[in-house]
Design a binder for this molecule. Structure first.
Ligand code: CU
Length: 152
């Protein structure tokens, strides 16, 4: 491959990964859930104040096999998102978003929520372990926007 072609291929790869962090049908954190199978609803609020950005509550305990409907209210003045993944997955995704802040997601493990609005994720937890929900918009994780999901 010529240098120019290699560069083009690289640019295309970057463009593709910038469109979506595809997680495929499932991840160690679980899989897209079906609304008809919801066994539990968890309400969360995104909160801003005094230089902090938080999810309330910041820790959730789930039973393995549960299909959870997360109802996330944005109580702040900025756009936020909620992404459910492994701790490592969120760190990789966060680094990708720092390189490409405008990246859009259309993945079943995430939702973007405008101020005063409410968003939803329906997710089935297929494995026990400790997972994470986080806002990966640059700077928000560091301001406190992350929490733990313990699946037992
Ligand atoms: Cu945020």
């Amino acid at each position: 491959m010529s240098k120019k072609l290699a560069l083009l291929a690289f640019a295309a790869t970057v463009a593709l990964t910038g469109v979506s962090m595809a997680h495929g049908p499932s991840s160690p954190a679980g899989e897209a859930g079906h609304r008809a199978n919801v066994t539990r609803t968890v309400e969360l609020t995104m909160v801003e104040g005094e230089g902090r950005m938080l999810f309330e509550p910041a820790e959730i305990t789930i039973n393995r096999g549960d299909t959870v409907r997360f109802v996330v209210k944005n109580g702040g003045a900025l756009e936020h998102e909620m992404v459910i993944d492994t701790l490592e997955g969120n760190q990789r995704h966060k680094a990708a978003m720092e390189r490409n802040p405008d990246m859009e997601h259309a993945d079943p493990n995430s939702v973007k929520v405008e101020p005063t609005k409410t968003g939803e994720i329906v997710w089935r937890f297929t494995n026990s372990g400790t997972f994470e929900f986080a806002c990966l918009i640059p700077g928000h994780y560091q301001a406190g926007m992350h929490g733990r999901i313990v699946v037992r």
